[in-house]
Design a binder for this molecule. Sequence first.
Ligand code: GUN
Length: 374
Amino acid sequence: MASSILSDCSSCATSRLLPLRRALHPPPPRFRPSPGPAPSPRRPLLLTAAAPLPLLPRARRMAALSAAASSADPATVLADASAKIIDGKLVAKQIREEVGVEIARMKDATGVVPGLAVILVGSRKDSQTYVRNKKKACEAVGIKSYEVNLPEDASEYEVIKHIATFNDDPSVHGILVQLPLPRHMNDENILNAVSIEKDVDGFHPVNIGRLAMQGRDPFFVPCTPKGCMELLHRSGVEINGKRAVVIGRSNIVGTPAALLLQKANATVSIVHSKTKNPEEITRQADIIIAAVGVANLVRGSWIKPGAAIIDVGINPVDDPASPRGYRLVGDVCFEEASKVAGAITPVPGGVGPMTIAMLLSNTLDSAKRIHKFK
Ligand code: GUN
């Protein structure tokens, strides 16, 4: 019977669409997506039709992509979970330890302590939490952190003035402007102001441009996609000559992830809201990086048996059984995917912890490069 095959993911409505930024920064507990309508009795919908919630503009675009998920065939979902679980928490811990050891070695040899400056504009709770976590992680490995907090109504000029000061400060080796910025600011002007040699987020157009070019290397690679690649490498997933699909094309994750896979000699497709037949394209991939911010978009039937899956999504979905009233799920239906894939990251505990680990690694690399320390 179809209903016995339906997985937990089938109850996650496609209306629970969130922009990727929001997906990367789960909202506080007051977020309560309402449940979608019941599946049609005639057809075993794996993702239910969109509930009548007001869709955000990006969410509306993503709805086109999600619609394809409703055609997923439950028969392709195998009975037993067989995928290796890629433990991002463990890998991130190892990386933080490695970074700590290198920082101590550098300090002993040169007296230099790497420094990271973080600029936060406004008082978004999620951004404050991320900045606090970055600061704590810096302290733990021996990076000195510098913090500037500006009010929501600060001017672009003020932000750029602080960036310029950090650009000129020799004790600062990395500069990070926490995103998103208030609406009245132009991200591009601000990110352009960061010295490309201190751009530990890797968001400067020159660094992204170098990432895209053959025979050039950026000073820095954006932290989340770099973390995805590190998980693939450290899990022994071969990339050279393989087919890869990146789902999502954001500047922060999807686009740089696709460029990194291509640099590692994968044949890369990018699936996005205007892609026709995303399921069919995804099913050809040996490697999938899902970074779209749509809960459980990728179903078991989208996955080639044995594929490696890196799930960047962090989406809150209703869960009355949880004390918080919600739980976090990825862009990939873990329950189904873990029965088909060869390896998969969990959510939480997959890519999430890697982002800060990569930031620490980028800051160390910057200090080493500036001080010519090998
Ligand atoms: N907001 C969401 N992700 C990121 C990130 O990786 N870096 C910065 N600066 N802001 C973010």
